[in-house]
Design a protein around this ligand. Structure first.
Ligand code: AMP
Length: 466
């Protein structure tokens, strides 16, 4: 998963991009990067593994001059977690420095890459995004825009892109529109971001979201709309609204908070828990869903679990590597709320079932009389091919177990999920979303072998990071 952010036509663009990436940190915590471009089209880059706050101290930001900047936060969904795969990618290309930040996953990247390698391309990373750069650079068209179009016509899957060539910046959303991108205004300049929460942090005002298939360029301070890409049925990722985006963002034209509340209300209608004493969320992504559940059911909303906000993905506790230990470090039960009560626990999703199992045990140990788990989405039965880091099919508990088997595995008194239709209706449409991970209805061709070995993806080199 990734977050992307760009600034055009504002002094100290890199500093604003740093703030924007900070607001998008939830979209990727593995690596981050900023490329700045000065008035002569010269690009400067800083990329590293780790969190945004660790990678860009003031001294580094001062070394990223210019009024154009593009930033990226990454959590790997293709290619491994190494510095070579950190983005934005920046290369010397015959029309100047070319910078690329990609959110999404190309489903035909492997086939394209094999072809390019046969023709002599040398890849520096194992990420699918590098394929795009090679396709642009090798295009026989003359003008950069035609070269970009050539490349886009060959790729399949999810790509929301920020691209700069010299001092022109392009923003592109694939025809199905899996991943969001919003355009904002800041003074005389422009801002582009995965989510509106990143516009808020820099004080930009929202102009509009890019539609599926839309691409535009910003040149000489002006936004120029380019002819839309070949139309396809829209397939916005419903999981952006359920789990991934921040609740204070507006995504796909909807308030994420409002959608989550409605998912919670729908859950209360479909999966009631009569006689329960209280309802609480697994913080933070399901807070609004628990609120909706409480509103609809009339069951009292409580804070039954407290989350430690200082635990990142990278937290390592030597000797305590079990899932239960990790859950204990991340969540604490509020005993006073739980002891002796019949509790409803609302979570946004169950993926592997491992975190949920440990959490439910913890809630029981805190003295709950009954535990009723409610999930504000449909069972996840397939991997995401479009940029969310859901695991492989055989690791998804709902792919191989019935709801009753999952209930037993979690050790809860009852378990209820949302229906597919209820979930989509609550999210605002049964038509315009991609719900492949819930339904198996993949809107693109599914690549033959989704789980390539490292050598098959061309990864023969391991870069060590100190
Ligand atoms: P588990 O019980 O191990 O399947 O974990 C369920 C938890 O994972 C839920 O609280 C979700 O909010 C969270 N979750 C859902 N999707 C993802 C994802 N792609 N990456 C990390 N956590 C996720």
């Amino acid at each position: 998963m990734c977050g992307i952010f760009g600034v055009v036509g504002v002094e100290q663009a890199a500093e604003l991009t740093y703030l924007g990436l900070y607001a998008l940190q939830h979209r990727g915590q593995e690596s981050a990067g900023i490329v700045s471009v000065d008035a002569d089209g010269h690009a400067s880059v800083r990329r590293d593994m780790g969190l945004v706050s660790e990678i860009f101290p003031p001294k580094v930001l001062r070394q990223l001059p210019g009024s154009i900047a593009i930033g990226h936060t990454r959590y790997s969904t293709t290619g491994s977690s190494v510095l070579a795969n950190a983005q934005p990618a920046v290369v010397n290309y015959h029309h100047g420095a070319l910078t690329l930040a990609h959110n999404g996953n190309l489903t035909n990247a492997q086939a394209l890459r094999d072809d390019l390698v046969r023709k002599g391309s040398i890849f520096q990373s194992s990420s699918d995004s590098e394929v795009l750069i090679h396709l642009i650079a090798r295009s026989e068209a003359r003008e950069p825009e035609d070269q970009i179009l050539d490349a886009l016509e060959r790729v399949e899957g999810a790509y929301t892109l920020l691209l700069s060539i010299g001092t022109t910046v392009y923003a592109i959303v694939d025809p199905r529109g899996f991943r969001p991108l919003v355009l904002g205004k800041l003074g005389d300049g422009w801002v582009l971001a995965s989510e509106t929460c990143a516009l808020d942090i820099v004080g930009a005002t929202r102009v509009r979201e890019l539609e599926p298939g839309e691409w535009l360029k910003i040149e000489d301070g002006k936004v120029v709309d380019l002819p839309p890409l070949k139309a396809r049925p829209h397939r916005r990722c419903v999981f952006e609204l359920i789990y991934f985006s921040r609740p204070d963002s507006t995504v796909f034209g909807q308030s994420v908070d409002r959608v989550r509340r409605e998912l919670g209300r729908q859950l209360a209608r479909e999966q009631p828990a009569p006689g329960a004493d209280c309802v609480f969320s697994v913080p933070d992504s399901s807070n609004a869903m628990a609120l909706g559940y409480a509103e609809e059911s009339g069951i009292a909303l409580e804070h039954g679990l407290i989350r430690n906000h200082y635990v990142g993905r990278t937290f390592i506790n030597p000797g305590q590597n079990s899932r239960t230990a990790k859950v204990r470090i991340k969540f604490n039960p509020v005993r006073d709320v739980i002891a002796g009560k019949r509790v409803v626990v609302v979570d946004d999703s169950i993926v592997r079932g491992t975190t949920s199992r440990s959490l439910m045990q913890m809630i029981r140990q805190a003295g709950a009389r009954e535990v009723h788990m409610r999930v504000a989405s449909h069972p996840i039965t397939g991997p995401c091919l479009y940029g969310i880091d859901t695991p492989r099919h055989d690791e998804l508990i709902a792919a191989t177990h019935s709801v009753e088997e999952i209930r037993q595995h979690l050790g809860v008194d009852s378990l209820g999920y949302l229906s597919l239709e209820g979930m989509l209706t609550a999210a605002g449409s049964t038509e315009r979303f991609c719900h492949a991970c819930f339904s198996g209805d993949y809107p693109t061709e599914v690549p033959q072998d989704q789980h390539k070995s490292r050598s098959a993806t061309g990864e023969h080199v391991t870069a060590l990071i100190d």
